[in-house]
Design a protein around this ligand. Sequence first.
Ligand code: CAO
Length: 416
Amino acid sequence: MTKPLEGIKIIDFTHVQAGPACTQLLAWFGADVIKVERPGSGDVTRNQLRDIPDADALYFTMLNSNKKSLTLDTKKPEGKEVLEKLIRESDVLVENFGPGALDRMGFSWERLNELNPKMIVASVKGFSDGHHYDDLKVYENVAQCAGGAASTTGFWDGPPTISAAALGDSNTGMHLAIGILTALLGRDKTGKGQKVAVSMQDSVLNLCRVKLRDQQRLERVGYLEEYPQYPHGEFSDVVPRGGNAGGGGQPGWVLKCKGWETDPNAYIYFTIQGHAWEPICKVLGKPEWINDPAYKTAEARQPHIFEIFGTIEAWLADKTKFEAVDILRQFDIPCAPVLTMKELANDPSLRASGTIVEVPHKKRGSYLTVGSPIKFSDMKPEVTASPLLGEHTDEVLTSLGYSKQDIFNLREVKAV
Ligand code: CAO
């Protein structure tokens, strides 16, 4: 089966998570992704949090599948020469070095554009160009704080909180992938490459859009009626942390199920969607609430929403999270069990859909990873193992016209 991005050659100058997540996605969809790594060490994540001595860490294998690995010291003149050749015949270069690193290496946007005017140069940085923090190096949690996620996540009586979801890293990589695909479509029309830049702060903020909505509502009316602080608590002039409240017009909360005393994940998320109020009352054995003016509308329920959640928890006390959802799903009530990583890893539906995949690896045996979350009718993205460090160095150099002797010479000067 021909994959849509077949024939697109990508120089993957990325490391850690934000950049690799982007290029991995493009590789799944058929792009020829050549990861350029420093000889001897490679991407730092190969060594981070290893669970098997001498084998690439899961952090690396789970973000670099379907790629080739070329070791190249791009600070040495011989290495730069190889990189220039690669640039001349590639469609995209993706990088997420610290600010200024690519320029210091001698590959500014101007130089890259001169070497290959059709090439798209895609970058992730912590902050956008020209931002007053644009000199900062940034990791995930830094971005979550800078992008508005931390100040709006957690409970009102606790500190700003980081989400486990990689809002700063993988999310930024997904934004970059959209930018690259857009620039490729643009190139079809203009014949020209362009620079695509995504900042981690901007990508986090893009996902916190509704919190910026709330800031404006708060400034206009002084309160936010869907937050737990309403109507009994106080609002300041900034969007507060709302605990587990639903973000829109459907109040919701994380509720205890049978076994919560010993199992920290024996919970469901329960949403009180307006149209499901009648079935909710029937399930709970509270038919009198259906038309009671104190309960009938979302507005009337809000002042005592936690009393309602308490009643639902009493109903949940003798049901596991799975039993509860199996009952509630029959009544069109939006809900889900709080699933652990162990449960997700073994979920038969996720295995069947290719979202959780087991990948054979030369050194590790096999490992689990998250496959493509995007499904297509004409293509099933296949996940293949991440490359060993320098696994494809000879192959890539040969394809660039280097002879065996040339490759030997490059090795002698430690350029590859
Ligand atoms: N050959 C020779 N040198 C190489 C090389 C290669 N193949 N690959 C990288 N290098 C060099 C770079 O040129 C750079 O050198 P100088 O600093 O001397 O110019 C150096 O390696 C390190 O680059 P770095 O600043 O990117 O690395 P770091 O470990 O200090 O910082 C990080 C890591 C992630 C904080 C930084 O890269 C960054 O801020 N990136 C942008 C934001 C980002 O993507 N963060 C998300 C990471 S995922 O959590």
